[in-house]
Design a protein around this ligand. Sequence first.
Ligand SMILES: Cc1cc2nc3c(=O)[nH]c(=O)nc-3n(C[C@H](O)[C@H](O)[C@H](O)COP(=O)(O)OP(=O)(O)OC[C@H]3O[C@@H](n4cnc5c(N)ncnc54)[C@H](O)[C@@H]3O)c2cc1C
Length: 589
Amino acid sequence: MYRPPLRDIKFVLEHVVDLEALVKLPAYDHVDVGTVHGLLDEAGRFMSEVVAPTNRVGDTQGAIRNDDGTVTVPEEFAKAYQQYVAAGWNGIKSDQGYGGHGFPGVIGLAVQEMLTTANMAFSLCPMLTMSAILALTHHGTEEQKVTYLEKLISGEWTGTMVLTEPEAGSDLGALRAKATPADDGTWRVSGTKIFITWGEHDMAENIVHLVLARAPDGPPGTKGISLFIIPKFLPDADGRPGEANAVSCVSIEHKLGIHGSPTCVMAFDEAVGYLVGEVNDGMRAMFTMMNDARLHVGLEGLGITERAYQLAAAHAAQRTQGRAVGASHVTATPIIEHPDVRRMLLTMKAYSEAMRGLLYDTARAIDLSHQHPDQSTRRHFHDRASLLTPVAKAWCTDLGVEMASLGVQIHGGMGFVEETGAAQYYRDARIAPIYEGTNGIQGVDLVTRKLPLAGGEVVRSYLDELAGICTELEAAGTELASVRRGLEQGVDQLRTATDWLLSRTDPNDALAAATPYLRLFGTVAGGCYLARQARAAVDGAGDDDFLAAKVATTRFYVDQLLPQAFGLVPAATADASALFAVTTEMLGV
Ligand SMILES: Cc1cc2nc3c(=O)[nH]c(=O)nc-3n(C[C@H](O)[C@H](O)[C@H](O)COP(=O)(O)OP(=O)(O)OC[C@H]3O[C@@H](n4cnc5c(N)ncnc54)[C@H](O)[C@@H]3O)c2cc1C
């Protein structure tokens, strides 16, 4: 069972996102807070009643490739997908001109959170479709928009993101798929792509692949890559799926988790492709898609944590073992009464709420970067979103694995047994730090590209904002005094590490410090998002369990989890020498 955390989602939208102010932007004239709340309530009902029950069968049955190259997903998936499309969930944040509902992206994110938490493997299909919509909205021609956007926004057709090749994983500059221009203005694309999520399936009547390939005579590396639309079926004169394109699914992978999501090896054999944007400028369009997908993969860390937490809490409340201090000697105690089990549960709860703050604030920044009427404000939030995206992706997905592991631990031996479902979350969680740019690559992106933005001013202005949240806590008096002190220390430590990184001249130093720095960044930022909520909660906490829990959870986070990140400061400010003191030969290879 999945219980959507609607109150927490609405609380974050009110106190972190400031939804009231966001919907006052001219682009959201048709949106108000009441409508959003109604929409979220209905999304919660749909995801918990229609999508969540498909999670288990997706894992046990998985996707199957048939001898003719088609891929069959569980019947329950196809039924849920039809209902998802019919209810219009796919178009929440998309352009109204093409059938979307035009809600802010952060509301789309909230709906996607519930979809992801209900069934992560299933959610990947709409998630990639939405990223494809975004790429075409920003980089497609009018004709391409007319042909594809309505179908993708409705969800009648689904989208994929086709980058990876056997020799080109983290390094897309190495990709070899070839595109040659045809006489009629279209292109012919050939090559083999691996690990393509939802590359082939039977849930929709057409699949629109967005494929990276090389045009002739382009420069080597990422500067010579172009982006192509390659539909499974070429749209006919009426825009319906027509002739089959030369695209086939050669095999699907047998994986640790997300069994319901087909991961395909795809062969393109002189497939008809349509160029998106300019020749050799494909990475720009692909980054539009990847940044959106990175935020949504970050959401998977939160979704898995939330689901694993709900399962573990329910188990801990009913499983009895031993006797808690002071308990009667006649009956055994529910394990939720043991301090160590509480520590694990509270850790999961605190991190999930901190992650929600970071993810939603990143989505807010993206909304403001597109929709704010003032150009310099748009620029400011564009840079802010660029800074936060790698942190949101990597911090949340690393935590997703750790929190799913805690979920297994709370179940004891039954956690290791598939029957309870705790193990599925652990297995499903493991992919999220790998795909959409590994978490190592997110760290590299953060320290080499994002910290230096505007000479360091982008990160410094964010740190000043975090310091401002600490100052605001003074208004809450003694109630949040320890939270304020802890977070002030955290922001100082993060500033020290940031200054150290910005002053490096040897690039290897920043690369060596990147992962511990990203973890420190996420943990401090997450604490500040919680503190902002605790400040809003403190007055009503006396007689409202939700608000009292928010304050207590924030205190726990700042007193017990945040200081763990302080231990990362030596590694986040250490040069690379220790890593190379051991030679490759000494590592045994
Ligand atoms: C289930 C699944 C679904 C996927 N879905 C898609 C999809 O839909 N579309 C798609 O195009 N791809 C997809 N992928 C591919 C995925 O994005 C890649 O696996 C990922 O980018 C890593 O590439 P790689 O596997 O080649 O690992 P490698 O690049 O070989 O990386 C191996 C290790 O080396 C590290 N590393 C590599 N280079 C550097 C560097 N410069 N600095 C520091 N560390 C480095 C990495 O962090 C990693 O730890 C999927 C993969 C899986 C498993």
